[in-house]
Design a protein around this ligand. Structure first.
Ligand SMILES: *Cc1c(COP(=O)(O)O)cnc(C)c1O
Length: 353
């Protein structure tokens, strides 16, 4: 009873991070922002919404795209909104991948690029990061000569960031598209968004899920040259961004102060948490994100992850031999959450057999 295409039957489904609804846990496993979004979203939800929900949303999310364009210094036709950046990854794969076409990515990275390459039955080329520093191998990514090269920058789950010079060199050397996924840009030092002006093959993805504390809303956008976005538009679901998302997203984009203040808190607490984990004998890689990649002394990441979970603290455990073996990825929470994590950590250590 194989009703589906062979590549769909053969592939594994994407496994989302655990959510544990209804349970009171310290949730540091999926890189959500610990602070609430701007309260301006409340007014946006009330604003004429009963009237607006009766009719279809603006398929272009025009006011939202205009606000993003104003913020970043682009005309609105350089911005394409979507139902989370996941939705943009799907659209790019639909438009540019398929049998006989190649997708390249660093490993480790965000696993959803791989999922979409498999859905489109494209060939996948994994380019290992440096096993010590987790730096991208720019030359090998270029040599893969793919139709689409996905780079999360800063990368997840490593937190490591490539310089704009490296990304520029990569963009210049590729015949295909270079997708730079800036999901964590709000916690980083730099952005590659200006590369879209220099190169007609660069697409930058952004999301409101992390920096703007709106993971539940599902809103992201792409920045690229209008000719590229006109092609992606063809693969879009007709009304992929709800009226509610457009209104709330607009309010969030307009309140940069709120987002930036939360990012500053998280960056300061990131340094404190890295210090506290280092004191406990962990190796902590430099991060420009809202999470830390951590190696536990004695290669004990799995039991430590389990012990934390038993104490209602969720972190993400990674076991990918030769790619990212035996590491924890820990989201930087509020000071209270980070305290609870460290308390659980010490308690687990004291009680280890
Ligand atoms: C969280 C994350 C996303 C998902 O963003 P959504 O807008 O919530 O779909 C995309 N890419 C990376 C690298 C992420 O970490």
């Amino acid at each position: 009873m194989n009703y589906m295409k062979p590549n769909i039957e053969a592939m594994d489904a994407y496994v989302p991070g655990e959510q544990m609804p209804g349970r009171e846990v310290v949730k540091l496993n999926t890189n959500e922002n610990p602070y609430p979004p701007t309260s301006a979203v409340i007014d946006a939800m009330r604003h004429e919404l009963l009237g607006q929900l009766r009719v279809y949303p603006d398929p272009r999310a025009g006011r939202f795209c205009e606000a993003v364009g104003n913020l970043l210094g682009f005309e609105p036709d350089w911005v394409l909104a979507a139902n989370g950046s996941d939705n943009l990854i799907v659209m790019i794969a639909r438009a540019a991948l398929g049998p006989g076409r190649r997708m390249a990515q660093p490993v480790p990275t965000f696993p959803y690029y791989d999922t979409q390459a498999q859905v489109e039955d494209a060939e996948l080329i994994n380019v290992p990061c440096d096993p010590e520093t987790f730096a991208l191998d720019i030359d090998a990514l270029q040599a893969a000569d793919a139709d689409v090269t996905f780079v999360a920058n800063p990368n997840s789950p490593t937190g490591i960031t490539a310089s704009n010079d490296d990304l520029r060199r990569l963009a210049a050397g590729l015949r295909g598209l270079l997708v730079i996924d800036e999901a964590y840009v709000d916690f980083a030092k730099d952005t590659a968004v200006s590369l879209t002006r220099e190169f007609d093959n660069v697409i930058v993805l952004r999301t409101l899920s992390k920096g703007y504390s709106l993971a539940g809303l599902r809103l992201g956008y792409a920045v690229a040259q209008p000719a590229i976005l006109r092609q992606l538009w063809k693969t879009k679901e007709i009304y992929n961004v709800t009226t509610l998302s457009q209104e709330i997203g607009l309010a969030a984009i307009r309140d940069q102060d709120h987002k930036n203040a939360n990012a500053e808190k998280i960056k300061a607490d990131r340094a404190k948490l890295a210090e506290a984990l280092t004191q406990r004998g962990c190796r902590v890689w430099p991060s420009q994100t809202n999470f830390l990649m951590v190696a536990v002394p004695g290669g004990k990441a799995e039991p430590v992850g389990e012990a934390l979970k038993a104490r209602d603290v969720l972190v993400r455990y990674f076991k990918q031999p030769a790619v990212m073996n035996d590491k924890l990825r820990i989201t930087v929470g509020s000071p209270e959450q980070n305290e609870k994590l460290l308390k659980a950590w010490d308690d687990a250590k004291a009680n280890r057999p």
